[in-house]
Design a protein around this ligand. Structure first.
Ligand code: ADP
Ligand code: MG
Length: 250
């Protein structure tokens, strides 16, 4: 399988504080990776650094995407290469409809003008996949949306932008059981042999629907253990205590 993302010795700081202390991660097309870890471990930091959020400074190490060094690349250029990040806490934007927002984003990312009516049809179909009413297309982006609806709106963007690497930060948090099932189905329908998914999750509910190929446990800004899906059960059964000592935190 071809390599999409490669990270070597990644150190990331916010201001003076180093949050990630030398991470390595390789993601190939066709794979699903799960990152688990205690609160404040640096999981969101990792995804923001991969996406190029300027608040997070890479002080050492490199990030490659499809063989290209993207360590210094701006976020919009990374998006055009096919990276996508769904935020842990999606913001709302009053004054811009979902339809306009996603159509503009799709035009920017694909470099192709999105014709109005075909785009409307696509949006309607994708809303239906998420069990969202078609009227959401006209609503301002996430404005007045419940926590669960915001998460669905992120998945809607993912499906329409169709990235090569989708990074989903606690997309399952705050979803009821039906919504978890629907969101999981959408992630499964999106995922194929040419793209990859990195999921951050605290729940193994979503992992009943999406089977990870690789699981990484991140504690104290370091990946302290890696394995297959069996690690999810191990964490579920024993918590993170055993891994804290590996991170030198115990
Ligand atoms: P996780 O997603 O694993 O819960 P985060 O990556 O959000 O953890 O945060 C890791 C640590 O870095 C936390 O202690 C958090 O407070 C800190 N941190 C994250 N982002 C910032 C920021 N923009 N400014 C200051 N501190 C931050
Ligand atoms: Mg987080």
């Amino acid at each position: 399988m071809s390599e999409l993302l490669r990270i070597e010795n990644l150190h990331v700081s916010v201001g003076e504080k180093e949050l990630l202390h030398g991470l390595d991660l390789t993601v190939r097309a066709g794979e699903v990776h799960v990152i688990m870890g205690v609160n404040g471990a640096g999981k969101s930091t990792l995804l923001h650094a991969i996406m190029g959020n300027p608040a997070y400074t890479v002080t050492e190490g490199r990030i490659w995407f499809e063989g290209q060094d993207i360590t210094e690349l701006s976020t919009d250029k990374r998006a055009r290469l096919g990276l996508f990040l769904s935020f842990q806490a999606p913001i709302s934007v009053a004054g811009i409809s979902m339809e306009n927002f996603i159509r503009t984003a799709k035009t920017a990312v694909s470099g192709q003008q999105q014709r109005l009516f075909p785009f409307k049809r696509l949006l309607k179909a994708r809303l239906q996949d998420l069990a969202m009413d078609p009227s959401y297309a006209e609503r301002y982006l996430n404005d007045g949306f419940s926590g669960g609806e915001r998460k669905k709106s992120e998945i809607l963007q993912m499906r329409i932008l169709d990235p090569k690497l989708a990074m989903l930060d606690e997309t399952d948090s705050g979803l009821d059981v039906d919504a978890v099932r629907i969101v999981s189905k959408n992630i499964s329908d999106f995922h194929n042999e040419t793209n990859a998914v990195i999921l951050i999750t605290h729940l193994n509910q979503i992992l009943k629907f999406i089977r990870p190929d690789h699981v990484h446990i991140l504690i104290g800004g370091r990946i302290v253990k890696e394995g297959g899906p069996e690690l999810v059960d191990e964490v579920e059964a024993n918590g993170f205590d055993a891994y804290r000592s590996l991170a030198g935190e115990a």
